[in-house]
Ligand binder design. Structure first.
Ligand SMILES: O=C([C@H](O)CO)[C@H](O)[C@H](O)COP(=O)(O)O
Length: 209
């Protein structure tokens, strides 16, 4: 069953929690996005976990170094899933993986800025990460990029790991993404900036599930 993840990157923490509550029944994973990690820090993760105790909380730390130390900051604050960059050194990814496994939690490795998918996917599958994420960043979205082509490529390479996808997904593009069978569809602005986020989340779930 495909899962829907909301990624909050803007708005105040209180507004995010209010929108999250409106959409809660349609969501599987709730993300404190990188910009809000900068703004609210570990306390933001704890507030999300307190507001949504029954949901998985993802802390989008996009770790690039100090894998174990930074992962533990997110875990100690209440994160269920922590993110590290696929572009980081293998040692960093493995240290993050060790930290999440010791805590019984999960690691998402983000392929943003990676172009040689074959080598990275093969390595990430070998070490046993939980999610491999195809991601078109918000800055390259401004140039017209979207994650569909990369998703098709990565889905052919991944054998045993859950695949997440992010990058400008909207209610009118979610079907083309969903048709490629990712395990988790991550939606940011397309949901929290929608006129009616709950209605939009319901429409998305009707399309993907
Ligand atoms: O990870 C993200 C981005 O790098 C900014 O932090 C977003 O959360 C992710 O791309 C989903 O947001 P949308 O692109 O607005 O759907």
């Amino acid at each position: 069953m495909k899962q829907l993840q909301i990624a909050f990157d803007t708005k105040s923490l209180d507004e995010c929690i209010k929108i999250g509550k409106e959409c809660e029944e349609y969501l599987d994973i709730i993300e404190l996005g990188t910009p809000l990690v900068y703004k609210y820090g570990a306390e933001g993760i704890t507030k999300f976990k307190e507001a949504f105790p029954d949901k998985k909380i993802l802390a989008d730390f996009k770790i690039m170094d100090a894998g174990e130390f930074e992962t533990k900051i997110a875990l100690d604050a209440g994160a269920d899933i922590v993110t590290v960059l696929a572009a980081a050194d293998n040692q960093t990814i493995e240290d993050s993986l060790k930290a999440v496994k010791e805590a019984g939690k999960e690691l998402l490795v983000d392929l943003i800025c990676v172009h040689d998918f074959e080598e990275r996917v093969s390595y990430l599958e070998k070490i046993g990460v939980d999610y491999i994420c195809v991601h078109t960043g918000s800055d390259t979205q401004k140039l017209g990029a979207n994650p569909l082509k990369d998703l098709i490529t990565v889905k052919k390479l991944v054998k045993n790991t859950k695949v997440s996808v992010a990058g400008g997904v909207k209610v009118d593009t979610v079907k083309s993404i969903s048709d490629e069978n990712p395990d988790v569809i991550i939606v940011g602005g397309g949901l929290y900036n929608a006129e009616n986020p709950a209605e939009t989340a319901k429409k998305m779930v009707d399309i993907i599930k």
